[in-house]
Every structure is written in structure tokens, then in C-alpha cells.
Design a binder for this molecule. Structure first.
Ligand SMILES: Cc1cc2nc3c(=O)[nH]c(=O)nc-3n(C[C@H](O)[C@H](O)[C@H](O)COP(=O)(O)OP(=O)(O)OC[C@H]3O[C@@H](n4cnc5c(N)ncnc54)[C@H](O)[C@@H]3O)c2cc1C
Length: 487
């Protein structure tokens, strides 16, 4: 894992696989708001994923006169956000015990509450702004196939409800026996299940919607313009940064990197701290015996050393009833170690293609029925996540680099964190003393970038212990892994 963490990510690759969500592409996919790059900007953001879009949105909400430029290497929203599972699901019980152990109970509670608030806020934002993105708040179920996970999960849920209060919506869970889980969720072989509030969304369309709101407020969007490098100015009077691109340079006093797994290309000190991780996913036509109205909840299937995550396409949407399912890393040799450090989202892993294609009929067994006459798989694609050394994103000013900010490395959990992290980042950048104090009340301090966090060693999934050996998320003291920050 150490060797894989050292692989430089480079720039996003040309001609990536086209995700289910990006077909057809938005009409702003190749937008350049101005023919030439502006020479300077008050704020420059690198990335048009959900993080970059919400950073731009928050800045423009506060300072509508500000000149805000957003650079994107490929098409708009062509990174992880445009190619993910669209699962707005926190699964906070899987990390709560670990967060409490390492950061204290208050912080564990803050993280769980923020994750829940982020999910709610995402769906509410889509509704408030009328963004056509199939936003569907609904319950999710974790179908458990492993005794260790079942026990750890039960204990973690009980502990959350005792410490946070069973009326806390972030601690709302229902626990089902094997018999109940099999009957209710059509999953023979389940040992049990946990059900809780979550949702699904077309995060490509959602983020394009956020970018559109920003464009209406004056955002200058420059797609197909990779930032090749960034350099600080040598002036001591006012810090500033210059972004080098093939189309010229942009100078700015405020540079925000929302570059997820690619961040080390621009910021060498994050090499080995943020590690790209390639994920793979498929969209499948439902089997004939699945409910004609579609499955009412989203799913995760949790087994000894990994999981799959799945959303059914909600009624009334294109291809309603389709099953979007990804994961499978735990089925590869070495728990998928080969996918760490891998940034080739122009390709898919053949073993994962085979596994993901087969697993749906496997999970639903006789409840799947016959495959559609046009075949099971409608589309498959891959995408690049940013894995962090401690499983949490890095938010805030970059230590020792005045004028440079980051909001990056959201693991498989961006739909659960990005909106609130962008709000906090911009609050810290532009807010006054009162706002900063408010931020301390709700934003988990452990997510701020710090010198201390830069010292943690990346260990990836290889640090994962066998079930029963440890509680959820138990990690080595030195290095922390991000496996439980799931989609
Ligand atoms: C297959 C897959 C499935 C997933 N499923 C889920 C899920 O169901 N639920 C969930 O919560 N999370 C999921 N995730 C994770 C989630 O998608 C990410 O955490 C989230 O999208 C991160 O958003 P972001 O804006 O930080 O990064 P991204 O969306 O990756 O955006 C980063 C952008 O920066 C651009 N960029 C990078 N370097 C440069 C440069 N030098 N110059 C210019 N532009 C640059 C990239 O092109 C990219 O568009 C999944 C991820 C993948 C890959």
C-alpha cells in the first residue's frame, strides 16, 4: 500500500468511460464562459465536482460582485461526482465507535449529525432550487451476510441511540432478524438487516444544477482547462497564487483546490496522504421478478471483507427500476489493492465487470427472475475517488501556504459530506468572528486540515481486520484506513 500511495496521480485522463448519468451530456459540459482565460480572479477554484460547485455557490452567495473562476480539466462534472452511485447514505453507525474512540464522543456525535444534516440539505437544496435530478429521499437497508458485522452493527446502533438519544434522527435505525430481512427485502441468505433514512440522487444533474445557479450569479466556468501547476507569489505584502494552464495563467489571492484524488499533482505535500482509488459500477435492467413498481429502498450488501452499494432508479425517472450497483473491491486479490493509485477511468477492471454483473441475481436469488431480453447490463463505467489517510476529508487553509485552501478527499462519501464541508470552508474563509464560533458548534474539528493530520500514514484497506477481531472501523494507532467511509 505504501508503494501504491507513492504513485503520482497526474492529471485527469482524457476520454474517460461515459457514466450512465452523463449520457446525454449537459449542454454546459464544454462551456467556457469567456473565450480567453481571465488573467486574474478574486477567487479561483479548481474542480467542477460537487465540492468545487458548492464552494463557488457559497462564495457567490456572500459576495455577488466577486470575480470567481472555476477551472475544470475535462468536461463539467466529469470526475467522481459525475460517475458515482448517487447514494445519499451516511451509515454513520459503521464509523461512530471508531470516531468516538479516536476523537471523543462529542466529535463522533458531531460527525454523525453533520452527515445526516448533509443528506437532508442535499435533497432540500434540489427541491428548493427545482433541480431536475431525481432527488429521492427514502430509507436504505444494509443487508448483512457476516456474523461479526451483524454483532458490531447491533452494538454500534445501540450505543448511538443511548448516547445521542433514540429520538435523534441521525440515530434512527431499525434492526431486522434474518427471517424478517429475507422476507422484507427479497434477499435470501441475509443474516439480518439495518434500515435507516437515506436517499438517492442523480449527482451529475444535481451538480450541473448547482453550477448553473453559479453561472447565473456570474461564475466564469472554464472547462477542458487542466491546471498544470500552481505557484505562490514571492511578494510578502499580499499572498497570491498563480495557476499555470496551457491557455495562460491566472493570478488570485484565494485559490481553492477541490481536486479530490488528483490533489497531489498540484500540491506535492499531499502525495501519500490523498490516494486515488478507482471504483467501478454498473447500471442493470431489473430481473423480471423484482417488484414492477421498483424497490422502495436503496441497499448495501455487507459481507466479511467488503460491500456493494445499490440504488434502484425511482419511479417516473428515465429507466425507472434499473439497478445501479457498484463496489466489489473486496472480491479482488489483496482486497482490491491494485485499484489504489489507479487513475485510469477510461477503463474498467474485467474481474469487477464479471463480479458486478453476476452479483445482483446472486443477492436476490429466486426473487430476481429472468434477465431482460436486452441483457442485464445497460452500462458500466469507472471513476476515481480520493482516499484519505484517516478516512476523513481535508477542509480548510493549507498549513504554511497563505491564500491556499482545500476541500478534498471525500473517499466514497462525498454525497454525505461535500455540501456541508463547502459551507464550512467558505464560512471560515469569509465569515466573521460570530460565524466562526457558530462553525465550532456544528462542524467537526477533525475535518479541518492540520499539521497533525498530514503526519498520518496511508494504509488503505489492507489494515482492515477480520470481523470479530475488532469493532467496526478499529484501526492501527499510526495509520488509519478509510474503508468504512462507504458509498
Ligand atoms: C464509482 C464511484 C461510486 C461512488 N458512489 C458514491 C455514492 O453512491 N455515494 C457517495 O456519497 N459517494 C460516492 N462516491 C464518492 C463521491 O462521488 C465523491 O466523494 C465525490 O463525488 C467527491 O466530489 P468532489 O467534488 O470532491 O470530487 P470530483 O467529483 O472527483 O471532482 C474533482 C474534479 O477536479 C477535476 N480536476 C482534478 N485535477 C484537476 C486539475 N489539475 N485541473 C483542473 N481540474 C482538475 C477533475 O476533473 C474532477 O472533475 C463514488 C465515487 C465513485 C468513483
Amino acid at each position: 500500500m505504501e508503494a501504491r500511495a507513492k504513485i503520482p496521480p497526474g492529471l485527469p485522463r482524457p476520454n474517460p468511460t461515459v457514466s450512465y448519468w452523463q449520457d446525454p451530456p449537459s449542454e454546459i459540459a464544454d462551456l467556457r464562459s469567456t473565450q480567453d482565460l481571465p488573467r486574474s480572479a478574486d477567487y479561483a477554484i479548481i474542480s467542477s465536482g460537487i465540492s468545487g460547485a458548492f464552494v463557488a455557490y457559497n462564495i457567490l452567495q456572500r459576495t455577488s460582485q466577486a470575480r470567481v473562476v472555476l477551472l475544470e480539466a475535462r468536461q463539467a462534472c466529469s470526475g467522481a461526482t459525475g460517475r458515482n452511485g448517487g447514494h445519499t447514505k451516511a451509515a454513520s453507525y459503521r464509523s461512530f465507535v471508531d470516531h468516538e474512540k479516536h476523537y471523543g464522543l462529542d466529535e463522533g456525535v458531531k460527525i454523525a449529525r453533520m452527515e445526516f444534516a448533509n443528506i437532508r440539505a442535499t435533497h432540500a437544496f434540489a427541491a428548493r432550487h427545482n433541480i431536475d435530478c431525481d432527488s429521492t429521499p427514502c430509507d436504505t437497508v444494509d443487508i448483512i451476510y457476516d456474523r461479526g458485522h451483524l454483532e458490531s452493527g447491533r452494538k454500534a446502533i445501540e450505543h448511538m441511540q443511548q448516547t445521542m438519544g433514540s429520538d435523534d434522527p441521525a440515530a434512527e435505525y431499525k434492526v431486522y432478524s434474518a427471517k424478517e430481512a429475507t422476507a422484507m427485502f427479497l434477499t435470501p441468505g441475509a443474516l439480518g438487516a439495518f434500515q435507516y433514512p437515506a436517499g438517492s440522487i442523480n449527482s451529475y444533474k444535481f451538480t450541473i444544477g448547482v453550477l448553473r445557479l453559479c453561472l447565473q450569479q456570474g461564475l466564469n466556468l472554464q472547462t477542458n482547462t487542466p491546471a498544470l501547476s500552481i505557484t505562490p507569489s514571492t511578494s510578502h505584502i499580499q499572498p497570491s497564487w498563480t495557476i499555470q494552464t496551457a491557455r495562460g495563467e491566472i493570478a488570485t489571492p484565494n485559490l481553492i483546490l477541490a481536486t479530490n484524488g488528483y490533489t497531489p499533482h498540484l500540491l506535492a505535500q499531499t502525495q501519500g496522504l490523498i490516494v486515488p482509488l478507482r471504483g467501478q459500477i454498473t447500471a442493470q435492467r431489473p430481473g423480471s421478478k423484482l417488484p414492477p413498481a421498483g424497490l422502495p429502498t436503496t441497499y448495501s450488501f455487507i459481507y466479511e471483507n467488503g460491500y456493494e452499494y445499490m440504488i434502484p432508479r425511482p419511479p417516473g425517472t428515465a429507466h425507472a427500476g434499473d439497478i445501479v450497483i457498484g463496489g466489489g473491491l473486496g472480491r479482488l486479490p489483496n482486497d482490491g489493492a491494485s485499484e489504489f493509485g489507479e487513475t485510469d477511468d477510461a477503463a474498467v477492471h474485467p474481474a469487477l465487470s464479471e463480479y458486478l454483473t453476476d452479483c445482483t441475481a446472486g443477492y436476490f436469488g429466486e426473487n430476481w427472475g429472468e434477465d431482460d431480453a436486452d441483457g442485464r447490463v445497460r452500462r458500466e463505467w469507472s471513476g476515481i475517488m480520493g482516499s484519505s489517510a484517516d478516512g476523513l476529508p481535508y477542509v480548510g487553509p493549507v498549513p504554511g501556504e497563505p491564500g491556499l485552501w482545500m476541500n478534498a478527499s471525500f473517499n466514497g462519501h462525498g454525497m454525505v459530506l461535500c455540501l456541508k464541508c463547502a459551507e464550512a470552508l467558505v464560512g471560515r474563509m469569509l465569515g466573521g468572528e460570530i460565524e466562526r464560533r457558530e462553525l465550532e458548534g456544528w462542524f467537526p474539528r477533525t475535518l479541518w486540515m492540520s499539521e497533525e493530520r498530514t503526519k498520518r500514514k496511508f494504509v488503505g484497506r489492507l489494515n482492515q481486520k477480520a470481523p470479530g477481531e475488532a469493532e467496526f472501523g478499529e484501526r492501527e494507532e499510526e495509520g488509519r484506513n478509510g474503508w468504512n467511509r462507504e458509498c
